[in-house]
Design a protein around this ligand. Sequence first.
Ligand code: GDP
Ligand code: MG
Length: 660
Amino acid sequence: MRKDVRILLVGEPKVGKTSLIMSLVSEEFPDEVPLRAEEITIPADVTPERVPTHIVDYSEAEQSDEQLYQEISKANVICIVYSVNNKKSIEKVTSHWIPLINDRTDKDSRVPLILVGNKSDLVEHSSMETILPIMNQYSEIETCVECSAKNLKNISELFYYAQKAVLHPTGPLYSPEEKEMKPSCIKALTRIFKISDLDNDGILNDNELNFFQRTCFNIPLAPQALEDVKNVVRKNMSDGVKDNGLTLKGFLFLHTLFIQRGRHETTWTVLRRFGYDDDLELTQEYLFPLLKIPPDCTTELNHNAYLFLQSVFDKHDKDRDCALSPDELKDLFKVFPYMPWGPDVNNTVCTSEQGWITYQGYLSQWTLTTYLDVQRCLEYLGYLGYSIIQEQESQAAAITITRNKRIDLQKKQTQRSVFRCNVLGARGSGKSGFLQAFLGRNLARQKRIREDHKSYYAISTTYVYGQEKYLLLHEVLPDVEFLSEADLACDVVCLVYDISNPHSFEYCAKVYKKHFLDSKTPCVIISAKSDLHEARQYYSLSPLDFCRKHKLHPPQLFTCNTAEAPSKDIYTKLTTMAMYPHAKLRCMCSCNRCTFCICHNLLNSELVRSVKAKFYSAVLNRHMTQADLKNSTFWLRASVGATVFAVLGFAMYKALLKQR
Ligand code: GDP
Ligand code: MG
């Protein structure tokens, strides 16, 4: 809404312009007035719309034409004053004043006009009969009013109408010629209806109407008022009320009625509450609330935001199959000005058998957008009406800014729930397959992906010590020379080579030595296509020796050429490493040497499903509950615990080997 309002009064001499201003200010009729009143400013708190208002007088005797034109171009609204007992002053409205003003303003941004018939105390009859045809002829005339400076009739009303014409203009809402709402207004109100229709049944029931009323006007509707509103609609149209609720048609009808009865402010209040500006566009402040992200911090959605997104999903998953069909997705994005998700999204997150985005996949995509481009996330949440429905200050309330990663590293603990893993490797080494396998797709399924629908991201959830975490995989294009900071910055790195291609490991070794030798980011070598015959790598060290030399975990065998969905173990390992980059002991590192691994393997092995398993599971459980405590001394305690059963573990391991 505007910061202030400038009202200019024009008209023939002696019609009472100066007297009107003086009467407003002093609340009594002045017998003697100067030719022209000084410009006055009415402070915000005494005006009905709480906006500072400047009132400017005009006098032909005191001002040049040039000065008049200047004032016209500065004004937000112009009152053309005539005297009801002076025919000539009425004629001049159309023969002189309206053309003069229109010549000086743009056709697209016509300043609103108000016709003011002064000295109503002097006549018995009204001038309305003469005025109404003029009003119909010029759409820029907002309203007309008859008043009297002498007996103070309609004086405050006149200035209130003028203020309203600026603050709640009719122009963008309504076309007086067609006598109906303008398309852009219908579009905005339709979006508002969709957002307020919380269960998406096409009807605003009493609960939804009350919520709408409360968010827009801060007061609930009395039950009787609710009935009255519905009755007005019922009387005027057959399908405006259905199942005792308001349909979109009824909702639009109500607003047309408000506007036609001069209550534009009601419609404007609704539009502004939902973020619209005077041109019926969503404002930048609404879509992009200020959010400062310090360096080394990441952005995530908080619990409240996930709950909101969940409710949006539920409201559109009409057949309750926990996936959004193309139609359901289209319906969900109807409140957006454009379709935000392209076909690549289906290859970034988990989908159903039909290739539709699942509930899980939907939340993953939101998590990805929040992590990679938080401004876009704010914008999207704005389209969904997040701050309105969740009654928050702005969309910024949906975002958690994580602690600086350096502090996480210092404290050896993290509260983050999204971790980024960059996947590097030579061309054709199997990076995309590695990303797609995370979404549960085997090689056969991957072959169905169209080249132009390909995604360089994959995101899904994994469980680390019982906690759900997001792992975001990013495929980095293979070009050793041009790896940027952004290509390298992440929580864990995968270096992928193709075991069947003797030239593919060299790339991993080079990238590792060039970028990760001294880096604190944990690295994992992935031996992809492990279903194929292993070739000897043309490199001075074998991958295993390379890992030993650089104290890396041994290369992790991986294949997505499986009958079922590929195994998810490796992704859990990666997430664990991303969460605990310091930890030397990782029960899921599968190095097969550390105590946790041995214990873990033992537990899973057929051989010990008998007596001893109980003992091991007890030990492992204790270790797990310690992890679950999320307490800062976890690693310390876990490793103390580990030494106790490390001895036992080795004894057991040896015993098993002997048995074999
Ligand atoms: P301006 O030239 O348009 O600024 O007109 P003025 O305010 O100077 O008023 C011209 C004359 O009309 C003065 O003598 C006022 O007293 C008188 N006048 C102004 N308003 C009214 C009114 O509402 N009723 C009556 N009866 N006289 C008015
Ligand atoms: Mg005057």
